[in-house]
Write a protein that binds this ligand. Sequence first.
Ligand code: GMT
Length: 374
Amino acid sequence: MKIGITCYPTYGGSGVVATELGKALAKQGHEIHFISYALPFRLNNFVENIVFHEVELSSYPLFEFPLYSLALASKMVEVAEYEKLDLLHVHYAIPHASSAYLAKQMLKSRRNLKVITTLHGTDITLAGLEPSFLPLVKFSIEESDGVTAVSRFLKEKTLTNYNINKEIEVIPNFIDTEIYKPKQNGCFRKNLAAKGEKIMVHISNFRIVKRVSDTIRILEKIIKEVPAKLILVGDGPDRSECERLCRELHLCDHVKFLGKQDGLVEILNSADLFLIPSQSESFGLAALEAMACGIPVISSSVGGLPELIRHNETGFIAEIGDIERMAKYSIDLLTNEKKHKLFSENARKRAVENFDISIVLPQYINFYNRILNS
Ligand code: GMT
């Protein structure tokens, strides 16, 4: 197949899923064309069968606001036509699904370009609900030839929030469990914490929905019973507030802000627990990455997290903002070696048996074939 993929190329789960999907498809011999404003950050090596097409934006004095959606639609038409794409797979509805619709219409007389939209999260639960976007998101989803969502939760939210009557295929996030795996050697444990200290990790883009400050408040409770460090990986709008909170709570010696990092497997392999107390999380790719490395997860009960994490088996789930309970669960696992080992094995097993790329990739390929033959 010849597939065009559009995604946000920067830090973020939807871009990771789109890029890893493209790479896996290319490995199987499919021809992949990424169309975006920058090279996706996971596309940092040459990969056979992958081509990148940059959407360039002209700055004309009259255009007070960048016209990215329109430039993207034009680029989609150009790539679809000259590279003879069979389908366009766009990740994150806004504005990608709308640009794809426009491209499809522009090509209508010449080719039937199929458009598949994958819904990832805040495109549906937050940004898409804003009155200025809602009608467009609804329309673009309804007009896509195929729609996938990363969890049952997100599918239901889409159908109810947008009053849509359309088939939506649930295809979960995936992971290469040969890369994300438990490693005995090569972890940074001794660089991150003193001997005898436990390590908790949180990885995100530090947006308000991630409730990163909850991880600091959880740590405050944990260290009253267990010597521990909290490692915060990533960056975003809430980071300064989290740094301020650490100073206010006199926790600066217990919390390390690492900023954006590439060596996630090594960092995860240094950890004892992964914390994800989000206010909204349609799937929780970061939690899956931790599980694949055999790290139990303490999470909130929102969105698709309960579809990933098995309470009292691969980790623990508590109500949003229930810091007390999350700390209690953490202490339970950090002080019970046998239980921690069991949860760690369960987490890895769940990742391998349900979310490995070898299981999820065929789901996408089958879906593509179904849409192409419809
Ligand atoms: O929706 C977002 O907040 C952005 C998106 C991204 O690009 O990072 O994240 C979402 O997509 C990921 C990949 O499918 C999911 O694992 C995340 O749970 C989801 N984030 C939220 O729902 C907050």
